[in-house]
Design a protein around this ligand. Structure first.
Ligand code: HEC
Ligand code: HEC
Length: 358
């Protein structure tokens, strides 16, 4: 495997280094052999190296809630109801949940979405899990808040194809919605309130209780030795953390990982040549619950994703210098996979609400 300067090289090495600085008299210090064993007594051995490993990551922490859109039971309930309501689309056929399907990790299981009248979209449907943590939304980051983002798919002619002013008229004719907007916002049905309620609901779709979170909180027995090895590779030799950094495992920034798909990505937002084929780094919480992966849904499984990174990605003139051939061993790939699984936790459950009648 190729080594990267400045990054830790193997779990055994940091373990050894830290042991060297610690209390060498302690007879219970781990041996190389113990490292390879199944999570035995992981909570008691080499705590220092665990701390060191944990310190390379940031806990998810609190989501930022905009001051002008506090999350109340009423806004969340209204947003949830609209999320499941196909009347938000032009021909009343598609709701947000038609593509962000709770049982499929809030994606749709397809490489690219199928939108209005069955038209195939150019991009893969991302999950909405933990989307409240992003500072830029969509694969190309063209929206900067969930409030702004929510209106995009409603209006998009290839997604829900609904005129927003008409939607306001339509919802205002449904007594149940008039009451819900009144309770949530002390106000009528407006475009702004629709966006706010959808955003408030989406901020409740969170995964924050995974073995990884427990580990970061100091429960060093939460991860198996294999998952720990993966966590160490992710931050070390595999270099994932160069981009998947920060509390939600996304740097909220934009990179080209070498996929030549004809999708110009961030360039469509900035017009800058260097942004061609550049996409926002997705967060990785709950990653096992949805597939396929990437903006074009071209990678079916997490194994394929790991293989893609292992060969340093495909070719694109704008490919990031951070994309290097990794030459991971099978064991290392499996460890990386195990770590991604440990980030997955449980997919958030949501009870499908009753929709107000016309
Ligand atoms: C026809 C399928 C479809 C429907 C319906 C749909 N979406 Fe999406 N959604 C997508 C696709 C595809 C993207 C990515 C588009 C892009 O990046 O250009 C997306 C992106 C998003 C994102 C951004 C996630 C991220 O990682 O940045 C959020 C949040 C979201 N949708 C919420 C909603 C809401 C709320 C609704 C209903 C008002 C909705 N979607 C309706 C397919 C759909
Ligand atoms: C140069 C920055 C960068 C590095 C390094 C990087 N990623 Fe990514 N990752 C991205 C970007 C950007 C995307 C979205 C790319 C696209 O769709 O074209 C992505 C997508 C993914 C996805 C799919 C997410 C989804 O929702 O479809 C997974 C899984 C992933 N990366 C895991 C990893 C792992 C594991 C590593 C280390 C082996 C890694 N990444 C290294 C930037 C990076």
């Amino acid at each position: 495997m190729k080594k990267k300067a400045g990054l830790i090289t193997s779990f055994a090495v940091i373990t050894t280094l830290l042991i060297a600085c610690g209390d060498t008299e302690d007879a219970s210090l781990p041996t190389e052999e113990a490292d390879g064993a199944e999570n035995n007594g992981a909570e008691t051995v080499h705590d220092d190296s665990y701390e060191e490993l944990a310190s390379m990551y940031q806990p998810l922490g609190n989501m930022e809630i905009p001051e002008d859109n506090p999350m109340t039971d009423e806004t969340i309930e209204l947003g949830k109801t609209m999320f499941f309501d196909p009347r938000l689309s032009g021909d009343d056929s598609l709701s947000c949940a038609s593509c962000h399907i709770p049982a499929l990790g809030y994606g749709d299981g397809k490489p690219v979405f199928e939108g209005f009248e069955g038209v195939e979209g150019p991009r893969n449907t991302p999950t909405i899990i933990n989307s409240g943590y992003y500072t830029s939304l969509f694969w190309d980051g063209r929206a900067d808040s969930l409030e702004a983002q929510a209106l995009g798919p409603i209006e998009s002619p290839i997604e829900m194809n609904q005129d927003l002013d008409e939607l306001v008229v339509q919802l205002a004719a449904i007594d149940g919605y008039v009451d819900m907007f009144e309770e949530a916002f002390d106000d009528e049905v407006t475009v702004e309130n629709i966006g706010k309620a959808l955003a408030a609901f989406q901020r409740t779709i969170v995964i924050d209780d995974t073995p990884f979170d427990h580990f970061l909180a100091g429960d060093y027995s939460a991860l198996t030795e294999e998952e720990l090895k993966g966590m160490e590779l992710f931050a070390g030799d595999a270099g994932c953390i160069s981009c998947h950094s920060g509390p939600n495992l996304s740097d909220d920034s934009f990179h080209n990982i070498g996929m030549e798909t004809g999708d110009e990505g961030r360039y469509e937002v900035t017009g800058d040549e260097a942004d061609k084929g550049v996409f926002r780094t997705p967060g990785l919480y709950g990653i096992a619950h949805r597939s396929p992966y990437m903006h074009n849904g071209s990678l079916e499984t997490l194994e394929e994703v790991i293989d893609y990174y292992d060969h340093g990605g495909d070719d694109h003139p704008n490919k990031s210098a951070l994309m290097e051939e990794l030459n991971l061993t099978e064991e290392e790939k499996e460890a990386l996979h195990a770590f991604l699984m440990a980030l997955s936790g449980e997919s958030p459950h949501v009870d499908v609400p009753a929709l107000p009648e016309d």
